[in-house]
Design a protein around this ligand. Structure first.
Ligand SMILES: Cc1cc2nc3c(=O)[nH]c(=O)nc-3n(C[C@H](O)[C@H](O)[C@H](O)COP(=O)(O)OP(=O)(O)OC[C@H]3O[C@@H](n4cnc5c(N)ncnc54)[C@H](O)[C@@H]3O)c2cc1C
Length: 1012
């Protein structure tokens, strides 16, 4: 054996693929060109039509599920209920909650309304469900009667059983041995069948998870190697034998582009262990394809491993990866893999799939405001891409062994045609693949026609681990666009089922009804453009800007400066307020465009001055852009003059205008977004503004003020006044010319301002205060622990916990608390604390030494009073840094004050969740609240009960989006109205009704002219 080649990722990272967000039409044109003209789809139809007919005449076993889904498509309430139950019921540990969940889901679905014209089993299931519903309590009722409880237990047991059966359709065995036994028995009927085993589960969140998966994969490879299939692999090679599919996200909790160093140091050696095992046994090991943002990284990992394979196992041809055709870069991936093979003189196996996470990719692109979608948006486009990739793979068969994974008879027919055209032989040059439990009927027919060898992707796992996978399969079987769904529907004619994707995809345009992220809010308001930091081309300008960032110096204002500014602003108010509304709104829109164009520069400033991580900076600049556009749009519609109804002979008009000089006092934790949001709201309403930024972050504020001036805000309508709250802030609040105050910060300072305003003579002016919170999240036993941990880590520790929306109190149901807290502790250990300018930093330092000293003292106190759950390790003591830490309290009442840092409190709860919400209400704050439950009626009920401004269900509790989640609380958390919401601007306005007696001058001419 040669000396091991180093396992290193390409350095520095380079973009090896086209830009992920280029226009869809452009990517599609590349596919068409590659496919060439003259592809005869009618021949495909001729080939595939008999398969379709035969399957419809003789459906394969398990048709039950498909027909159930046809009766109740995933898009219907009933289908959704089935999916929701399938996703959650098996993991619920306590009967009462299981009953509540079942009642909730079955209760909202209407299984009895169907006439059941199709499918006996579907009809029977529906009848059974409809009948059993009568044994369930009303959805949401907490205390069902005894009879109902007895009946409900039976219904739940039956539902559980049904879901287990549904799951078994898609899982070959609970253990690798059981699965291999099942594989052997299937092989008795079809001797040439091969399997690729997959160990089911969620992605790793902790080191412990990763070790568990590593052991499971290694055990599986050893088991396959020891089997007859493994022995045949040693002789005949990986194509003829069973193999394994692995997910890199299962082997490392931080398998992310921004964690490249750790991926290299921790993930690579781990995967190598598996690769070496598979190579020794001469088996196929395929790396599954996961989310788009991991694509480049996965290729880097693949190449790093391939280099070592070239050195150590140069004759092994079993290493492979999956390529998703729905990605607009798919063709580039195929070419890249072929290039690597040629460079290293290796052969790879490449599984071509269409892709399993389409819905998730579309959502992510919309949330991040990306310039386009990284996936095709029309099914036909994905199909065309699949064909182009298939052709490219077959053409590279000297170095690649294509594995075509599809259940679509049309796609299979097209592969057959491509292969014939290129002289590629089934089995020798390529194989087909299907998922266990899917495509049985189609392949039964296809194999009769001699189209090659078939490998079955065979998930292995216990019930609990299969849930996420099961849901994917239900979605695939239930989606209208999916081939298997249409195949099960006899109303879909074969012509439609086998329609040519080439004909359907002629223009290459994006799908109708699926707006680009930029157009999410319609024509009236453009969404802010975001950045995909996982994409090198997109993050490079940000990194450059951080390196160059220079925070401008801002002179301190003194009492004289405040006085002069107020005088100036009072004069400036008249002119600005007199400007037409449309003009003021246009100024905001110009500012938004300018800010968007300078996103990297502002990110650089934020990282440097406010110590924020890059991801947080991008989100913050976007928020500021959104504020400008949103308030401009709101002003146009809501602040326009309104004619009011009244008696004839009179005209009544309501109009709004600025109040005067507004004082805006903003915090350091969102030195751009909150600062800009307050200022532009006040401005667009017609006020002039004295803007006082936080003492720690005047530089960002100064740049924003300059930008607003350049966009057209007169210099006497907006003045920046930097200085301490106690002097500058206090002077501004006390000034007689102040017509209103908009403040975001601590509850204590808000009270102070309130008192100062109340003590003044003269007009009583409005105070808009947004203050802190003791934000809680309630988790019941239906929640998915992995999702909860993700949400908790983001909510509690992002921005070092220095958000007013940050999670402070996690309330976990006692039945799942031990496991969940262990996972949380493991996930916390994986966070990276450090310099915010580094891309791999999750948690940066606190804003300054003073904040650090205060938080450190509070944490010290907690160490004596509460049980430490976990603490993120830090390699060395870092200045001003509090590492994320979590403590368990005995009860909610122990929490009395907000710790404005990465410090989480946890309590366990039992009994009624309503009581928990009441206790949270009793804390007096009301800013954000998280609910993690699959019981929809419970979420609805608890949200109503919560006296809290922003309630989030099954997600994190931070990052409210302007105009989407208007932000602000009640009680001790603020006065409202919510920032970024439709009621905000009114508070900055004075109102006037103008009543004109139009009949005064002699009579009511209009009425008389009407001729009644
Ligand atoms: C053996 C095997 C291994 C697999 N491994 C992976 C893997 O590693 N990674 C992975 O992601 N998936 C994997 N899959 C899942 C696979 O992505 C889906 O099963 C596959 O997409 C279904 O395609 P089809 O040709 O059978 O069905 P079809 O019905 O022809 O295609 C459905 C697919 O089209 C695409 N699609 C649907 N609507 C749209 C739209 N509006 N715009 C664009 N595209 C759309 C989606 O990809 C959807 O899954 C694997 C599947 C098999 C059979």
């Amino acid at each position: 054996m040669t000396t091991a080649a180093p396992l290193t990722l390409p350095r520095p990272p380079h973009a090896r693929l086209p830009f992920p967000y280029r226009p869809e039409a452009q990517a599609l044109a590349g596919c068409r060109e590659r496919l060439g003209r003259g592809f005869d789809w009618s021949a495909v139809v001729q080939r595939a039509r008999p398969w379709v007919q035969a399957v419809r005449e003789h459906p394969a076993p398990f048709w039950a599920m498909e027909s159930l889904l046809k009766e109740y498509p995933i898009s219907s309430a009933e289908g959704l209920a089935l999916m929701r139950l399938a996703e959650a019921l098996l993991r619920v540990p306590d009967v009462e909650t299981a009953i509540a969940l079942t009642a909730d889901q079955l209760g909202r679905a209407d299984f009895d309304a169907h006439d059941g014209s199709q499918g006996l089993l579907a009809r029977l299931s529906a009848t059974a469900i409809a009948m059993s519903k009568s044994f369930l309590p009303e959805a949401g009722a907490s205390e069902p009667g005894l009879m109902q409880r007895l009946g409900a237990r039976t219904v739940v047991a039956a539902t559980l059983r049904a879901i287990q059966l549904l799951g078994r359709q898609f899982v070959l065995g609970r253990t690798i041995d059981e699965a291999m036994g099942e594989a052997d028995s299937q092989r008795r009927a079809q001797p040439r069948l091969r399997f690729s085993y997959d160990m089911l589960g969620e992605g790793a969140r902790t080191e412990h998870d990763a070790e568990r998966y590593l052991a499971a994969y290694a055990g599986a490879i050893r088991a396959i190697a020891a089997s007859a299939s493994g022995r045949s692999a040693l002789q005949d090679g990986p194509t003829g034998a069973d193999g394994i599919s692995i997910k890199l996200s299962a082997l490392f909790s931080r398998y992310e582009e921004l964690q490249r160093e750790r991926v290299e140091a921790e993930l690579l050696p781990r995967v190598w262990q598996l690769v070496a095992l598979a190579a020794e046994a001469n088996l196929n090991l395929t790396i599954d394809a996961e989310e788009v943002d991991r694509l480049e990284l996965s290729l880097d990992v693949f190449e790093a491993l391939a280099r070592r394979i070239a050195a150590q196992y140069p004759r092994w041809a079993g290493f492979g990866l999956a390529v998703q055709a729905y990605q607009t870069r798919a063709l580039g991936v195929v070419d890249e893999v072929a290039r690597i093979a040629r460079t290293l003189n290796l052969r790879f196996m490449v599984r071509l799939v269409k892709g399993a996470y389409w819905d998730g990719e579309v959502k992510r692109a919309q949330e991040l405001g990306l310039v386009g979608y990284p996936v095709y948006t029309r099914k036909a486009h994905t199909d065309v891409s699949y064909l182009a990739c298939a052709k490219a793979l077959l053409e590279a068969r000297d170095v690649l062994y294509p594995q075509f994974a599809t259940h679509n008879a049309g796609t299979i027919g097209a592969i057959d045609q491509l292969a014939r055209g290129l002289g590629a032989l089934p089995d020798t040059h390529f194989e087909m693949q299907r998922l266990h439990g899917m495509g049985d009927g189609v392949y039964r027919e296809v194999l009769k026609d001699g189209i090659g060898a078939l490998r079955v992707y065979a998930p292995v796992g216990e019930h609990r681990d299969l849930l996420a996978y099961l849901v994917r399969r239900l979605l695939e079987n239930g989606a209208n666009s999916s081939f298997v769904h249409q195949l099960a529907d006899p109303r879909v004619m074969p012509e439609e089922l086998l329609a040519s994707p080439l004909a359907l995809a002629h223009a290459g345009e994006q799908a109708e009804g699926l707006t680009l992220p930029a157009q999410l809010y319609g024509v009236a308001r453009r969404n802010s453009v975001g950045v995909d930091i996982s994409c090198l081309a997109q993050r490079a300008p940000l990194e450059a800007a951080v390196a160059l960032a220079q925070v401008p110096a801002v002179p301190l204002a003194d009492a004289a400066a405040v006085d002069a500014a107020m005088a100036r602003l009072q004069t400036g108010f008249e002119g600005w307020n007199a400007r037409p509304l449309a003009e003021r709104a246009a100024v905001l829109e110009r500012a938004a465009d300018a800010l968007e164009g300078r996103l990297p520069e502002f990110c650089g400033l934020l990282v440097t001055e406010a110590r924020k991580t890059l991801g947080d900076c991008v989100a913050e600049v976007r928020e500021a852009v959104d504020f400008c556009r949103y308030y401009a749009q709101q002003a146009r519609t809501r602040l326009a003059e309104q004619e009011l109804p009244g008696p004839t002979g009179e005209r009544n008009t309501l109009r709004l205008h600025g109040r005067g000089v507004f004082v805006c006092i903003s915090p350091w934790n969102f030195p751009l977004a909150i600062f800009a949001g307050q200022v532009v709201a006040a401005l667009v309403a017609g006020n002039s503004v004295a803007a006082k930024p936080a003492e720690q972050t005047p530089g960002v504020a100064r740049r924003m003020v300059e930008l607003l001036h350049e966009a057209g805000v007169p210099t006497d309508a907006l003045v920046l006044l930097h200085g301490p709250g106690e002097t500058v802030g206090a002077a501004l609040v006390a000034d007689a010319r102040t017509a209103g105050v908009c403040f975001t910060g601590s509850t204590a300072v808000a009270r102070h301002i309130n008192r100062a305003l109340a003590a003044k003579d003269g007009p009583i002016v409005p105070l808009i205060a947004e203050t802190g919170g003791l934000n809680a999240m309630l988790v019941d036993s239906t929640a998915l622990p992995e999702q909860v941990v993700d949400a908790v880590v983001q909510s509690a520790f992002r921005s070092a916990g220095q958000r007013c929306s940050a999670l402070r109190l996690l309330c976990v149901h006692e039945s799942i608390a031990d496991g969940l807290l262990e996972m949380l502790a493991g996930a916390m250990r994986e966070l990276r604390v450090g310099d915010p300018a580094r891309l791999d930093t999750d948690v940066g330092p606190l804003i300054d030494a003073e904040a650090h000293a205060a938080i450190a003292a509070q944490v010290q106190r907690l160490r004596g009073q509460a049980r430490l759950i976990a603490e993120t390790p830090a390699p060395q003591a870092l200045p001003d840094t509090q590492t994320p830490v979590a403590f368990e309290l005995q009860h909610i009442g122990q929490l009395t004050s907000e710790i404005f840092g990465p410090v989480l409190h946890v309590v366990r709860w039992g009994g009624a969740p309503e009581d928990v919400v009441q206790q949270v209400n009793a804390l007096g704050y009301g800013l954000t609240f998280g609910l993690q439950t699959r019981i929809d009626s419970r979420a609805e009920r608890l949200a109503h009960l919560a006296r809290i401004g922003n309630v989030y269900v099954n997600r994190n509790t931070i990052g409210a989006v302007v105009g989407v989640q208007p932000f602000g609380g009640e009680g001790l958390s603020g006065t409202g109205p919510k920032a970024g919401g439709p009621h905000y601007l009114y508070r900055f306005c004075a109102e006037q009704t103008l009543t004109v007696n139009t009949a005064a001058a002699g009579g009511n001419a209009a009425l008389l002219a009407g001729g009644h």
